[in-house]
Design a protein around this ligand. Structure first.
Ligand code: TXA
Ligand code: MG
Length: 317
């Protein structure tokens, strides 16, 4: 059931049940991070491989010590600049956090989300919330309560309705090797903005071949419809004559009578607005029974890099 009543969510979570929660990035499937029972339910609902750890959502920076240890100074610096907000930090795990949350890893992913309902919820619980995105493994992330309902129907008792997510793509994930920040996933905070806070310390991209984050799987965030990514839209359309085609474009529609539907992400070409609208546009396109979706590559700067990352994975064959 879709609800805005916080008490429903509090009661369910206290009973080790799962509640879908709004955040500024995407909706999450939340459970008590200290309860193995609750965490097992999350993995089962999502059909998520159990080698993919979850993000732990906490209420305050002071609470960080309950879930992490040996926190490097640069992590505190980033936390104080971006929390509450779409930045996840990978830190050494406190033993309070069950191994199932971190898939047996010695590290734990943590963030303070920035959505009034969920922050309010966290303040009314005496445990943090483990929450992956509220979509079946590999599919398009949800940015409103209806997206979540369409995936899980009544398999979840409560979906807390916080409206449309304001950032619209997942958090940026940063880990540390000593004091060196390492990027695990592009996301709603741009590298440029992070590097302003690290004071010239460059963020290094994680290059290990081992897949450490499902967001790093080659294919992810994928519509069911066959989807392509290009910066030459008109040329690609010609390759599919007589097909039912929909377009995902940054600023403006194109003149072509054979196109059935066109989604514009931001008329102004604003990349943050484009990120906010990205998943909802993909959900709409995917529900139109098209044969082909063609997405336009975004300018590869700022949040455009994160959008291109999602579209690249969404279109992997
Ligand atoms: O914006 C977000 O981060 C959303 C909202 C709900 O907070 N959550 C989200 O969760 O995107 P999920 O589970 O879809 O993605 C979490 C990512 C995964 O790629 C996971 O592998 C990675 O975080 N992760 C979690 N713990 C990790 C760890 N200890 N080391 C490396 N990566 C980790
Ligand atoms: Mg996800």
């Amino acid at each position: 059931m879709i609800t805005t009543i916080l008490e429903n969510a509090i009661e369910a979570l206290n009973n080790e049940d799962i509640v879908a929660i709004p955040t500024e990035t995407v909706y999450g499937l939340a459970g008590n991070a200290f309860s193995e029972n609750a965490i097992k339910k999350i993995y089962a609902l999502k059909n998520r491989p159990d080698n993919n750890p979850l993000i732990v959502h906490i209420k305050s920076v002071e609470y960080l010590n309950e879930v992490a240890i040996d926190i490097p100074p640069i992590a505190y610096k980033l936390a104080s600049s971006f929390w509450p907000g779409p930045l996840t930090l990978i830190l050494q795990k406190n033993k309070n956090v069950p191994d199932i949350v971190t898939s047996g890893k010695a590290t734990v992913a943590v963030r303070i989300p920035n959505h009034h309902l969920t922050n309010n919820l966290l303040n009314n619980l005496d445990f943090p919330l483990a929450a992956p995105s509220a979509n079946p493994f590999g599919s398009i992330s949800p940015t409103n309560a209806n997206h979540v309902f369409n995936y899980f129907k009544n398999e979840i008792n409560f979906i807390l309705d916080g409206g449309e997510c304001s950032a619209g793509i997942e958090s940026t994930i940063i880990g540390f090797a000593d004091n060196q920040p390492i990027l695990y996933r592009h996301g709603a905070v741009s590298i440029e903005d992070l590097e302003i806070v690290t004071n010239g310390v460059k963020i290094i991209e994680h290059t290990n071949q081992e897949i450490v984050a499902p967001g790093m799987f080659a294919k992810h965030y994928a519509p069911r419809t066959n989807t392509f990514l290009t910066n030459q839209i008109s040329e690609l359309i010609k390759i599919f004559p007589n097909k039912k085609i929909g377009l995902l474009l940054l600023k403006k529609t194109i003149e072509n009578k054979s196109i059935l539907h066109q989604e514009i992400l931001s008329e102004k070409g604003n990349l943050s607005e484009a990120a906010k609208n990205l998943y909802a546009a993909l959900h709409r396109l995917d529900n139109l029974n098209l044969e082909i979706i063609i997405a336009e590559k975004m300018p590869n700067i700022g949040i455009g890099i994160s959008i291109n990352d999602r579209l690249t994975r969404a279109t992997k064959k």
